[in-house]
Design a protein around this ligand. Structure first.
Ligand code: FAD
Ligand code: SF4
Length: 472
């Protein structure tokens, strides 16, 4: 057994260096980034906590297999350029991942220091190096000689961008088709500016462009071209589908169509992509009431609630049908939301919405829940408590209970196997039921995480490369 793994040296500091943040009273009135990032001194201090384990457990928790101890070693030796290069061998979007990856459930969950104190803050160190590089200008890695093969990537979210970057580095000609007017997927239209500034997404997309990837914006595949057209008529040798899960789900309770009730998708697209928080400078107004209720317990619910607060709501309440322990949102973001004054009401679910004479929501009827035995997700199932209905006053409701895939590609691609949930069937390397067609990210797994979508893009890029190289 390796000594460093089983018995961390006592001189190692148990507490991680905290990340500086805007104070809650200030940040709840602006859309600027909440977490400000480590200074150089803080990054060096935190990096010095790493034990450089010979058999690092942290790497096993990283879906894109970054050599974590190697980049931390380079950082603490002051070799920042080499450090970011080490990360980028595996991850083309480090400034994004350093900000939004649920590291507490991935690399940091397995860090041996977590057994005696805080794990090493791997994500914050990754962010430090990525920000250091961006401030100085990106180094573009060498590309393999051209292979003469052409790959179409559908969707410019984390899955599509990662697959595109890896395929371009391998020498293929890569074109991304994106339906929206901006690349980034959920990174631009879902996650708010105060968690992930859009200039950072833009900079990392620019890096991918510089690798030689062509981006075609405003192309809705399934309408502009179909997949069979891309393969048979437009000269592509392979296709990767990374179209995500962008279709909102609704509750299906009476009154859901009243004015003042948004899906989280519509709300966040207006706020983030169309910048309604900067109205009238940007031409997208958004109506926000005094008493906002957000339904759901994931990152989408947290982002909606915190955005509503910043838009001027007096009170924002999250209503979640399970308890705090089952909340799928990142722990750090739940804490940030509560520090800002967001209220969480657990074990309750809406049963109907009540409108005023003009058709705007004014109240929500809820029912109390209790937790029964675990369901297929492994979490305890919420069960309504008979006769426990109660009313809540509200003038704005945001529904954030999940998203499913848009069916347009599935409907226009004959022979593409699809599950009953509308996700595309693909093996662990992204291979679908059609030759030369690969898929990965939320379109295959359903709603997941940025890094799992990137991991899928990476594996698919490897499989596409092998397929293309074996093809006469
Ligand atoms: P997406 O990011 O959805 O990208 C798909 C892209 O494909 C989009 O740009 C879409 O416009 C495009 N597209 C769709 N159909 C077509 C078509 N027919 N033709 C052309 N283009 C098309 N994950 C985390 O890890 N950490 C977080 O903190 C976090 N917070 C989140 C907050 C919100 C509000 C949301 C909604 C999600 C969050 N997630 C988070 C989840 C994460 O963002 C997703 O799992 C991830 O973005 C999935 O990546 P993807 O590339 O599969 O799809
Ligand atoms: Fe070991 Fe944690 Fe350092 Fe990884 S980050 S090498 S698990 S101390």
């Amino acid at each position: 057994m390796v000594v460093a793994e089983s018995k961390p040296q006592p001189k190692v500091k148990k507490k991680a260096v905290p990340i500086p943040k805007q104070p809650p009273e200030v940040r709840k009135h602006n859309f600027n980034e909440v977490a400000l990032g480590y200074t150089e001194e803080q990054a060096l201090e935190e990096a010095s906590r790493c034990l450089q384990c010979p058999q690092p457990q942290c790497v096993k928790g990283c879906p894109v297999e970054i050599d974590i101890p190697a980049f931390i070693k380079l950082l603490r030796e002051g070799k920042y350029e080499e450090g970011i290069k080490k990360i980028k061998e595996k991850n083309s979007l480090p400034a994004i991942c350093g900000r939004v990856c649920p590291q507490e459930e991935q690399c940091q969950k397995y860090c041996v220091l977590g057994k005696v104190g805080d794990p090493v803050s791997i994500g914050r160190l990754e962010r430090f190096l990525a920000d250091w590089e961006r401030a100085r200008g990106f180094t573009i890695p060498e590309r393999a000689p051209p292979t003469g093969k052409k790959v179409a990537i559908i969707g410019a979210g984390p899955a599509g961008l990662t697959a595109a970057a890896d395929l371009a580095k391998l020498g293929h000609e890569v074109v991304i088709f994106e339906a929206l007017h901006l690349p980034g997927g959920v990174l631009v239209y879902g996650i708010p500016e105060f968690r992930l500034p859009k200039s950072i997404v833009q900079a990392e997309v620019d890096y991918i462009r510089k690798l030689g990837v062509e981006l075609k914006l405003g192309y809705l595949i399934g309408r502009t071209y179909t997949i069979p057209e891309l393969l048979k008529e437009r000269g592509f040798d392979a296709v990767f589908i990374g179209t995500g899960a962008g279709l909102p789900q609704f509750l299906g309770v009476p009154g859901e169509n009243l004015g003042g009730i948004y899906s989280a998708n519509e709300f966040l697209i207006r706020v983030n992509l169309m910048k309604s928080y900067a109205f009238p400078e940007y031409d997208t107004p958004i109506r926000i009431g005094k008493h906002v209720v957000v339904i759901g317990g994931g990152n989408v619910a947290m982002d909606s609630a915190r955005s509503a607060l910043r838009l001027g709501a007096e009170q924002v309440c999250i209503v979640y049908r399970r308890s705090r322990e089952e909340m799928p949102a990142r722990k750090e973001e739940i804490e940030n939301a509560e520090e800002e004054g967001i209220i969480c009401k657990f074990l309750a679910a809406p049963t109907r919405f009540i409108g005023d004479e003009k058709g705007w929501v004014k109240q929500m009827e809820c029912i109390q829940m209790e937790l029964g035995p675990p369901d297929e997700s492994g979490r305890r199932r919420p069960v309504p408590v008979k006769g426990s209905e109660f009313l809540m006053d509200t003038d704005t409701v945001i529904i954030a209970i999940g998203r499913t895939p848009n069916p347009i590609i599935q409907r226009t691609t004959e022979g593409l196997a699809v599950t009953k949930w509308g996700t595309i069937v693909a093996d662990e390397n992204g291979k679908t039921s059609l030759e030369g067609v690969y898929a990965g990210g939320d379109i295959v797994t359903g709603e997941a995480t940025v890094i799992s979508a990137m991991g899928a893009g990476k594996r698919a890029a490897r499989a596409i490369h092998e397929y293309l190289m074996s093809k006469k």
